[in-house]
Write a protein that binds this ligand. Structure first.
Ligand SMILES: Cc1ncc(COP(=O)(O)O)c(C=O)c1O
Length: 372
């Protein structure tokens, strides 16, 4: 090892890199067949057309640095959430904001609490700042909120909850969350990661459930940081824009930690336009709910029922080594996400695609999996 690397803390040297879903190009090179990607919970219907037009308009001005304070976007997000602009912070994707929060509050000797089958990035990011993640066992693939509350100790600074949860797609209701929040000491920040909010909202209407009152807690000044993203229903994953809403003092500190100009002018313009493109969001969420019904039904018929989902993906227990299942599906032209690294060695997560993509997946799945 180079001498200068001895100064690097062991936790960074041993840090595993986040393994994103395989790109179509790489999968096609490896498998030699043309592929579709259902591995990263992206919007299969593309970006908001209004966002594309806004980005095109913005391009001629990229010789200027962007607005560091994202004033227009911040104002629009504050109106959307019904909170004050000082309570809102756009970042380069919501994962950037999770890292800022952990950098701010966590370090050697302190911990975050979460579930043991949740967004893999939480683990990497917690470790990268020197803290530990107390991973509380899930029950029926869902968070056990009572056990999570009980796991909070004197060294806990943050609770990390994805709702719906990635990768299992499970949800806790607004009432369940409120009962949980009442048990969390005020010195602990609850990061309520609602990356899949637009999909959950559509399911919640269909299933007659109140799934979230997240912005109420911000208005009430509670110890909650709500995280949202433009990477999912808005179809802007490559543009890198997410945002959070929380106590103004917390937001102010997080803002100071940001990388300068990390939200580009192109991203700000895209997000602003996408936020207002209700038609695109609704169309995407409705198509997702319809795709979910078809896919879940077909998987159950094939003998592999997925975990009932509130997001744009389905977690499927295959009973076979996940890496092998994913490799076989790839040979059939479908990229899914094996869940081995996430803690589920025999499960895959498949994103809900267009109906044609879902059909391709099902055909491939039936071909490679033993009949049940
Ligand atoms: C639960 C959850 N939070 C956050 C993110 C990160 O999204 P972004 O693209 O905004 O960084 C994802 C992406 O898959 C996610 O599943």
């Amino acid at each position: 090892m180079a001498a200068f690397l001895e100064a690097v803390p062991a936790r960074i040297r041993t840090l595993g890199a986040y393994q994103p879903g395989k790109s179509i190009r790489q999968a096609e090179q490896e498998s030699g067949v043309s592929c579709i990607k259902l591995a990263s919970n992206e919007n299969p219907y593309g970006p908001s057309p209004l966002a594309v037009a806004a980005m095109q308009r913005e391009l001629a001005g990229v010789n200027f640095y962007p607005d560091q304070d994202s004033l227009d976007l911040r104002a629009a997000l504050a109106t959307y959430a019904g909170v004050q602009p000082e309570q809102v912070l756009p970042t380069a994707g919501s994962s950037d904001l999770i890292l800022l929060l952990l950098r701010l509050l966590l370090g050697p000797g302190s911990n975050a609490v979460g579930g043991d089958l949740s967004f893999f990035l939480y683990r990497i990011m917690t470790k990268s700042v020197g803290g530990t993640l107390k991973q509380v066992p899930m029950v029926n693939h869902a968070y056990d909120l009572d056990a999570i509350a009980a796991a909070i100790d004197h060294n806990t600074r943050v609770v990390l909850l994805a709702n719906p949860n990635n990768p299992t797609g499970t949800l806790f209701t607004a009432d369940e969350f409120e009962r949980f929040l009442d048990k969390v000491p005020a010195r602990v920040v609850v990061a309520l990661d609602e990356a899949y909010s637009d999909y959950a909202e559509e399911f919640a209407v269909r299933r007659n459930v109140v799934w979230s009152r997240a912005f109420d807690y911000v208005r009430q000044g509670r110890n909650v940081l709500v995280l949202r993203t433009f990477s999912k229903a808005h179809g802007l994953a490559a543009v890198r824009c997410g945002w959070g809403a929380g106590p103004a003092e917390l937001i102010g500190m997080l803002a100071k930690l940001r990388t300068l100009f990390s939200v580009s002018s192109v991203a700000q313009a895209a997000a602003l336009a996408a936020l207002g493109d209700l038609e695109h969001i609704h169309k995407s969420a409705i198509a997702n709910a319809e795709g979910e019904a078809a896919l879940s039904h077909a998987l159950a018929e094939a003998g592999y029922p997925g975990v009932p989902t509130w997001g744009n993906f389905i977690f499927v227990e295959t009973g076979e080594p996940a890496l092998e299942v994913a490799a076989k599906l790839e040979k059939q032209g479908v990229i899914v996400r094996p869940m081995k690294a996430w803690g589920a060695p025999t499960a895959i997560r498949v994103s809900i695609g267009t109906s044609a993509q879902n059909e391709l997946f099902l055909t491939a799945f039936r071909k490679v999996m033993p009949a049940h």
